[in-house]
Design a binder for this molecule. Sequence first.
Ligand code: MN
Length: 243
Amino acid sequence: MDWHCHVDLYPDPRGIVKECVARDLLVLSVTNAPSAWAGTSSLGRDARCITTALGLHPQLAHQRHRELRLFEELVTEVNWVGEVGLDGSPEFLPHWDHQMKVFEGVLRRCTDVGGRAMSLHSRQAATKVLDILQVYPKAGTPILHWFSGSLKDLKRADALGCWFSVGPIMLRGARGRLLVGNMPRERVVVESDGPFAQINGSPLMPWESWRAVDDIARVWNTPVEETRERIRLNLSRLIESTG
Ligand code: MN
């Protein structure tokens, strides 16, 4: 599986889809803007293993906030929302107001339509993302992608029932490993976040998200096969619960 991937942003998206189908890989193909929805969802239309999510990325909120209306319209057609959230890094902090307007708009609308599963960005904004999630408890199932908050935030996220999607790069640092070690094991799946996530200058491919499993097994001190099976079952449960 690769439960957070920007399939549409690889140089050859159709080739990526073909390869994912050949490998029978379950993929959550996230979008960064509602205007990209038509193109990105058409990529996965004939591939049962590809689920396309409707998103409005926080790093684009200041440029694309007018697309919130399109999001509100299209969200009735989807079970999955992403990539959405907040980004508190210095580069995007100046656009905080737009980010908040978009994120709250997304959660409000998800609540109105009965809840959606959501792949969430929370870079340097974990506390705030959790604060807002608490205001919209019926917005759906949150999946924190590439979570990098504090242990305290992690405990809070766990208590709120959040899921986590973890990628190979996250496991490279001691901090990431500490976080993964403290995640609820029944709510962890794996992701690549390709093509943004790169190792040695090459983008991670969707099928490389499995590299994370070896490291997760080490951190959890469980056999690799057992860890892989657990993560597989986690995703089945997640998908089942979202219909
Ligand atoms: Mn992403």
